[in-house]
Unconditional design. Structure first.
Length: 62
């Protein structure tokens, strides 16, 4: 018999990937449809996966 997953554990597991997904989607859409400030938004949002990887590597190194 398998246990039903706790919603708090699911949220804790998938919160960061969902936030990175949202930031990436915003960045891609901003890059496609906007100019000027939209370019800055796209660069900022599309850097989220890179920032997450660097943060995770630095945290793991400790």
């Amino acid at each position: 018999m398998s246990r039903k997953p706790d919603s708090a554990n699911l949220w804790r597991t998938f919160a960061a990937p969902l936030l990175i997904l949202g930031a990436s989607l915003v960045g891609l859409v901003a890059a496609l449809v906007a100019n000027g400030p939209g370019d800055w938004i796209s660069w900022f949002a599309l850097s989220a996966p890179l920032v997450a990887v660097v943060w995770g590597r630095l945290r793991r190194a400790r």
